[in-house]
Design a protein around this ligand. Structure first.
Ligand code: SF4
Ligand code: SF4
Length: 180
């Protein structure tokens, strides 16, 4: 029997039949991206970086606490600040993210006490030079404007509220936070 199967190339015919079946009867698992089909990323997909713009001041919400820069495993966040003469609070002078070095872990957005930094669900970005994916503060705010224009408000990124942590252990602004 085994010899007959070998002579008649049964296993090969089985394989060819399976290929034919998949080809003719099954729906393709691939999609015609980007020509015909759009990809909708899952909520919380970690894409292009942005700094949330404060609707009141028009500037970043960042308070220069430096937590994101410290926690970043790639050390690709660079922040400089000055002390505001009036309020005596820190004011961000420089906030850069070198996106090419980012590993998209999401720690920065999770650790931020005021939900000022976010990895948006926008993923269609690429460049021909390093500069195009080196985001300074203005570019990060612009990234936010572009992203939020496509979203329903309020927007709540799942990483802004770490799962499984009771509210009382969260920074004040993260408690009962329902979005921006
Ligand atoms: S996602 Fe991770 S690697 Fe990227 S900037 Fe944030 S903390 Fe750094
Ligand atoms: S953790 Fe948030 S508030 Fe602190 S420096 Fe980073 S972005 Fe700014």
């Amino acid at each position: 029997m085994k010899l007959l199967e070998k002579i008649l190339l049964i296993e090969i015919w089985k394989g060819l039949l399976l290929t034919l079946k998949k080809l003719l009867l099954d729906k393709p698992v691939t999609i015609q991206y980007p020509e015909k089909d759009k990809v909708i990323p899952a909520p919380g997909f970690r894409g292009r970086h942005a700094l949330v713009r404060d609707p009141q001041s028009g500037d970043t919400l960042c308070i220069a606490c430096m937590r994101c820069a410290r926690v970043c495993p790639s050390q690709c966040i660079y922040i400089e600040y000055e002390i505001d003469a009036e309020t005596k609070k820190r004011k961000v002078k420089r906030y850069d993210i070198e996106a090419l070095r980012c590993v998209y872990c999401g720690y920065c957005e999770e650790v931020c006490p005021v939900n000022a930094v976010v990895l948006t669900e926008y993923f269609e970005y690429a460049g021909y030079s390093r500069d195009e994916v080196y985001f300074d503060k203005d570019r990060l705010l612009k990234n936010w404007d572009e992203f939020i224009a496509t979203q329903k408000r309020p927007y709540l990124n799942p990483f802004w509220k770490p799962r499984g942590l009771p509210e009382k252990y969260l920074p004040v602004r993260k408690r009962n936070f329902t979005g921006v």
